[in-house]
Design a protein around this ligand. Sequence first.
Ligand code: ZN
Length: 98
Amino acid sequence: MTKEMLEKAKTAKSAEELLEMAKEAEIELSEEKAKDIFSRLNSDGELSDEELGAVAGGCGESYPMCPACYSPNVKYEENYSRYRCKRCHYVFTEPLMS
Ligand SMILES: [Zn+2]
């Protein structure tokens, strides 16, 4: 989901409307997920990057993993634009996506 789409999504007045918007944008969104996103949008108005990724990915099951040991316990170091694995301490820029 792009920022523009998120702005648009914020204008949805119901989960059903949000679902319609997703359909128009050809994003696969379950009714349950639409309700979830709608309630979040209307609670604090912010979605985390992970949640945005979940919307964009449709299923919300994708997350970065360490390419060395396949641990999902990785931390993104913004200052260095890289990831660090908390398990094996491997540093990488391109994570494996689950
Ligand atoms: Zn690792």
